[in-house]
Design a protein around this ligand. Sequence first.
Ligand code: HSE
Length: 333
Amino acid sequence: MFPQNQWIKIKAPATVANMVCGFDILGFAVNNPYDEMEMRWMPRVNNEPSITIINIDDYNLPTDPEKNVAGAALLALIEEYEERINNNNTAHSLETKQQSVSAIKFEVKINKLIKPGSGVGSSAASSAGAVVGANHLLGNIFSKDDLVRFAMNGEKLASGVKHADNIAPCIFGGVTLVRSIFPLEIIALPSPQLYVTIVHPQIEVRTADARSILRQQVLLKDAIKQWGNIAGLVAGLMKSDYELIGRSLEDVIIEPVRSILIPGFDALKLACKQAGALGGGISGSGPSIFMLSKTKEIAVAVEKEMKQLYDGMGLPHHTYVTTINQAGVEIAA
Ligand code: HSE
């Protein structure tokens, strides 16, 4: 185990879920923005809570572990750790066995630099950062797949549904495909050099709301188009075929419904493509929009179009020009 009372620093990247056509299954991590967290463990005295959450930012998120996404993810990790200890089926050292999680306490400081409700995986970053941090403190006993399972409890708290398309790339880095949630199967996909431009119009779209408006049935002809695009996108990433990636960034199922929540969506997408972007769309459940480009110059030109459009509409916004993050959550002692 990591020495008690010593803080570790955690960097948890923002993520773009869905990648346009892959609703709930595709996603990638980006290098900017990211959340900063700190974590340490110490012996737990009597029946004090096993998790203390301290907010460093001004978002005033709940600090009750059961109501906080990082807390919910950590509680799932603690439960499974206790089970392992009790079942004695862990191959870990005596020290680890003696320090069962019920006898220790985690303190977590969270500085959210990814605005909640922005659509770039804010809740996933907190959930994933917390469980990767706890795992480091416990001596890395859980696999990345285990950590994704725990962190999904944070997503369930935030959106009402367990989905891993933000969590998986946040923990694994790069582009990930969630082939199945139950049982969990995550496939890390390669990708060529891609530049990512993100615009976050300063409105809030709650993931739960953006999910509740979706139709529960799809037409077969739409499903055929959609799975053609998903397969095309995966093939394009694996073959470094930029044109195929661009053609496959099309969503005939979710985007037509959700785009009405985002001011100027169609005009913005058109302007970005005319500026040379390969393609893009709603980031996660929105309101952020992302575009992929082959070069930094194009990504910057795309950013200019985004700013111009939202400045023209008088809509405050933030933009990022970044790249795909390959490391996932990072820990520094
Ligand atoms: N796949 C999820 C959705 C991502 O689109 O609802 C939420 O960030």
